[in-house]
Write a protein that binds this ligand. Structure first.
Ligand SMILES: Cc1cc2nc3c(=O)[nH]c(=O)nc-3n(C[C@H](O)[C@H](O)[C@H](O)COP(=O)(O)O)c2cc1C
Length: 189
């Protein structure tokens, strides 16, 4: 079982990062091999909507998304962790997600070649917002849940939490446990 953690916050050691590490620790405890990708340390351009990937399954943009694309295909579970920036996901996470375009054909069906790789693949989400009302992150949940359904993935669940300053979430034992359990669930067949 391979579990891939994808961090959409540029703040290393921040709240999304802390909860992602918790989730990956849960996955490791369940026996998974884990890997974390920090999107802000990668070069990922925005989708150009040139349509080439829908024909070939491969994006024309030669940046770090090619390697991430392969890691997504090989993973059994994906855990994304991202804070709310202006009522939406961060630009790093959005650029990454738009590049999922390459998994689909001209009819927006999963590319035939990728179907066996996506079959049974799980997806989970962690979101953080500064607002004390955690539903501030609902638009991000909507985006990932719909992407999950659209790609035929198995939705594991979401952990939504509130924290402002860097590392504040480390004092929230209840939410750390939820993230740990999410990772464990993602890694359990
Ligand atoms: C550019 C920017 C925009 C933000 N916009 C929002 C927002 O619209 N709503 C909100 O609740 N928090 C907002 N925040 C606060 C972050 O979501 C919050 O500080 C969070 O803990 C950051 O997570 P991190 O430590 O993983 O980076 C924003 C922060 C930044 C830097």
């Amino acid at each position: 079982m391979k579990v891939l953690g994808i961090l959409g916050s540029p703040r290393i050691g921040g709240n999304s990062d802390i909860l992602l590490d918790q989730a990956l620790a849960g996955a490791r405890e369940a026996g998974a091999e884990i890997e974390k990708i920090i999107l802000s340390q990668k070069k990922i351009s925005g989708c150009l909507d040139c349509g080439k990937c829908n024909e070939t399954g491969v994006c024309v943009i030669k940046d770090d998304m090619g390697e991430i694309h392969s890691k997504i295909l090989e993973a059994d579970a994906l855990i994304h962790s991202v804070p709310v920036y202006f009522w939406a996901m961060t630009s790093q996470m959005k650029a990454y997600l738009d590049r999922w375009c390459a998994f689909f054909d001209e009819q927006w069906s999963m590319q035939k070649a990728y179907r066996p790789k996506f079959n049974g693949k799980k997806i989970a989400l962690i979101t953080i917002c500064g607002d004390s009302n955690i539903s501030t992150a609902d638009p991000i949940v909507h985006s990932f849940k719909n992407t999950s359904d659209f790609a035929g993935l198995t939705w594991v669940g979401v952990v939504q939490a509130s924290a402002g300053s860097k590392g504040d979430i480390s004092r929230n034992e209840a939410v750390k446990k939820k993230a740990f359990d999410l990772g464990k669930k993602a890694a359990t067949p």
